[in-house]
Design a binder for this molecule. Structure first.
Ligand code: SF4
Length: 399
């Protein structure tokens, strides 16, 4: 995939975006999992220089203390410098009211390109600018879920101030001559259409998507290995999900308090720390799925439909991971199934789940997993090594 981080400034641009985006506004101090907590903050070169030239002596002192030159920078316009987060994992410019001191004291213009753009994600596909929101922002998830009608995509002219391009593809370039990427837009739009076809359940739509992708992709991409023969799919899922979550070392290596809390609920709800058989843990999982999660999602199926559609649009589905349509399909199913596992954990502890629980699961999962350096790649490699990269495995995950 021709991905690149590009940065361009100030121009009137026609942008294609999902309709929920226009109502998004950062909720600042009200935010329960602020993007200013848990991450080092990237500072572009222009902003970095302005910080050290400011006449505001108090702010200049703070910049000298907390902002440093990033020796591993990939791009001057993105991460030339960094803000070192404090021991609480907060950005040092975030005040007690969870408001940004740079914004309050110097103005919006002093925000770095990353701070200014987040949670907006920009792609340019065949010269069309596309924008959507990262679901690692809780307010972005709420806006996405504020309407249960199928997500529509609208074009409008927007004056772009500062923005960062996450991926860039010109499918007509000769390097893509024999690549399935040449049909990215067509396949993505077909996939979104299948996921939004509400005549059947979401699980059946996703299976249909797999079948459809297999018809249009090369046989090499869509392997039909099948040898699992598993009847107790709850125990199988429990084993698979537990191993995946364990690999994240959540309690020692993850910074999101929300994700740590949700993972704690998984442990309590399914007795993951107890020395009992996996089948016993799976019984608790099954109970939560059958009595709480499935009834809730049956009457709220638009929630994950929206998540999947947004992800497909933003992630250039099915070529999200690489040029293999099947691997992109496999990993979107793995994400969806893992989030349902987390919801079952909440259900098992609380005896119920609600829409706000789903907002937190989507947000904290996205913040942790999509910004993790290796998790998705490692999970895909593990799936391939265990020869789970087939439709039988996907059917098991979708049960
Ligand atoms: S995560 Fe979203 S709502 Fe929260 S502070 Fe960041 S942009 Fe604002």
């Amino acid at each position: 995939m021709g991905r690149t981080n590009k940065y361009i400034m100030k121009k009137m641009t026609r942008i294609l975006s999902p309709s929920y985006l226009k109502n998004f506004k950062c909720i600042g101090s009200e935010c329960e999992d602020s993007c200013c907590i848990g991450w080092d903050i990237d500072i572009d070169k222009l902003t970095y220089r302005r910080y050290f030239r400011t006449k505001d002596t108090q702010m200049k002192k703070a910049f000298v203390e907390h902002v440093y030159k990033n020796d591993d920078s990939d791009c001057d316009e993105i991460d030339y410098g960094r803000v070192r987060i404090n021991e609480k994992k907060w950005c040092p410019f975030l005040n007690k009211e969870k408001l940004c001191n740079i914004y309050s004291n110097l103005g919006e213009d002093y925000l770095s390109n990353v701070c200014y753009s987040f949670p907006r994600v920009y792609n340019i596909i065949d010269n069309v600018y596309e924008c959507s929101l990262y679901m690692s922002c809780p307010e972005a998830v709420r806006q996405m879920l504020s309407n249960d009608e199928p997500i529509k995509f609208v074009e409008e002219d927007v004056f772009l101030e500062k923005y960062i391009i996450q991926s860039f593809l010109d499918s007509k370039e000769s390097q893509w001559k024999n690549s399935p990427l040449r049909k990215l837009k067509e396949i993505r739009s077909l996939s979104i259409g299948i996921v939004q076809d509400r005549k059947i359940s979401l699980s059946r739509r996703l299976l249909r998507l797999g079948t459809r992708l297999s018809e249009i992709s090369s046989p090499k991409d869509l392997q039909e290995k099948s040898c699992l023969n598993i009847s107790d799919y709850y125990t199988f899922q429990m084993g698979f999900f537990k191993k995946a979550v364990d690999s994240l070392h959540v309690f020692t290596e993850i910074d999101s308090d929300v994700f740590i809390e949700l993972t704690g609920m998984l442990h309590r709800g399914f007795l993951l720390d107890e020395n009992i058989a996996l089948t016993e843990k799976a019984k608790l999982y099954r109970k939560a799925r059958e009595t709480i999660v499935e009834p809730f999602l049956k009457s709220n199926s638009y929630i994950f439909e929206h998540y999947l559609v947004n992800f497909m649009f933003q992630g250039n589905f099915p070529f999200t991971e690489n040029e293999s349509a099947f691997e992109g399909y496999l990993m979107i199913i793995a994400r969806y199934a893992l989030m349902k596992f987390y919801l079952a954990g909440i259900g098992s502890v609380n005896g119920t789940i609600n829409k706000e629980d789903v907002v937190l699961v989507i947000q904290a999962f996205t913040k942790t997993v999509e910004h993790h350096r290796t998790f998705i790649f490692d999970l895909l490699e593990d799936i391939k090594q265990r020869e789970f990269d087939n439709m039988e495995f996907i059917t098991l995950l979708l049960k």
